[in-house]
Design a protein around this ligand. Structure first.
Ligand code: CP
Length: 311
């Protein structure tokens, strides 16, 4: 048994030991480049059933950098259009000789369902409002790299890597898979998590997320936080918008300024002028492009570690 199991469907598939290895491997990728032939002779399929730029491109580049052949399925032209089920598509890809399958899905838990039906090694690239584990890996790396430099290595316990960070999630927390995965991994690394959201976009009372500070107002949350993480309003998951215009939303809950020393994170895609002011996006206090860069390094590390693992 290796550090990771057969599949990576959720953040709870990443143990503390595996996280430490993935972070160490990703930093080595950033410094020395990827282990070029680790996936030589392997085939990696990208099954993106929902739109993506960052995750799709970085998985493709990561797999190619490791020497794999990459097969990308376009749902618009694949046979799912003719009524083939996703499971039958996956069985077909098995027979075509694939080894790994990276899945992005509108439906929560589709990667889990697929993983039970196939011997391909399945990686969740974001499923509905449930989970986005490799975004969490990218974000830990981005925050460690710019704020801690090499010091994280001295904090041997994963649970101490992000001590002292108070991360405020704003925007559409309720429908966000990114919140569920990133908050989980950040908290396991010692960060404190808070939310300040439009009333109908907050976590449902019934949803247990232990230790989350829920702020009544954005101003209160912003006074507390040293990392601000606005989330996009997930229009595609809302029957109707709970505010009358993007301008009204921005006035009430958009991030339009940062205090000295406060970091801005956003997983993208962002809606400028809605959850965040455009002029902050690439400011010196923004980690947005660092998140993209570390997304690539993290995904190289993940594929390389899965390949090195026996399971
Ligand atoms: N952060 C993220 O998952 O972005 P994409 O949807 O562009 O992949």
């Amino acid at each position: 048994m290796g550090l990771l199991g057969k599949d990576l469907c959720d953040t709870n598939d990443i143990t503390e030991e595996a996280l430490a290895e993935l972070v160490s491997c990703a930093f080595s990728v950033a410094e020395k480049g990827p282990p070029r032939n680790r996936l030589k002779g392997r085939r990696v399929g990208l099954l993106f059933l929902e739109a993506s730029t960052r995750t799709r491109v970085s998985f493709q580049l990561a797999a190619q950098a490791l020497g794999a052949e990459v097969v990308s399925l376009d749902p618009e032209t694949a046979s799912v259009q003719k009524g083939e089920t996703v499971v039958d598509t996956v069985k077909t890809l098995e027979a075509e000789g694939l080894d790994y399958l990276v899945v992005r899905a509108r439906e929560a838990f589709l990667p889990h369902l697929i993983s039970r039906e196939t011997w391909l090694r399945v990686i969740n690239a974001g499923d509905g409002q449930h989970a986005h584990p490799t975004q969490a890996l990218a974000d830990v790396l981005a925050l460690l790299s710019v704020t801690e430099g090499a010091r994280w290595k001295n904090r041997k316990e994963v649970g101490r890597w992000l001590t002292g960070y108070r991360v405020l999630f704003t925007g559409d927390v309720q429908h966000s898979r990114v919140f569920r995965s990133v908050a989980d991994v950040f908290a396991r690394c010692g960060a404190q998590i808070g939310t300040a959201t439009y009333p109908t976009l907050g976590l449902k009372v019934a949803e247990s997320f232990p230790g989350v500070a829920r702020f009544e107002t954005l101003a209160e949350g912003l006074r507390w936080a040293n990392v601000v993480y606005p989330l996009r309003v997930q229009r595609e998951r809302l029957a109707s918008l709970p505010f009358s215009s993007p301008e009204e939303y921005h006035q009430a809950y958009g991030i339009s300024r940062l205090t000295k020393g406060q970091w801005l994170m956003h997983c993208g895609p962002m809606n400028r002028g809605v959850e965040v002011a455009g002029r902050l996006a690439y400011s010196e206090q923004s980690l947005i492009l660092a998140q993209v860069k570390w997304g690539y390094c993290g995904r190289v590390a993940l594929l390389a570690t899965m390949e090195a693992d026996r399971f």
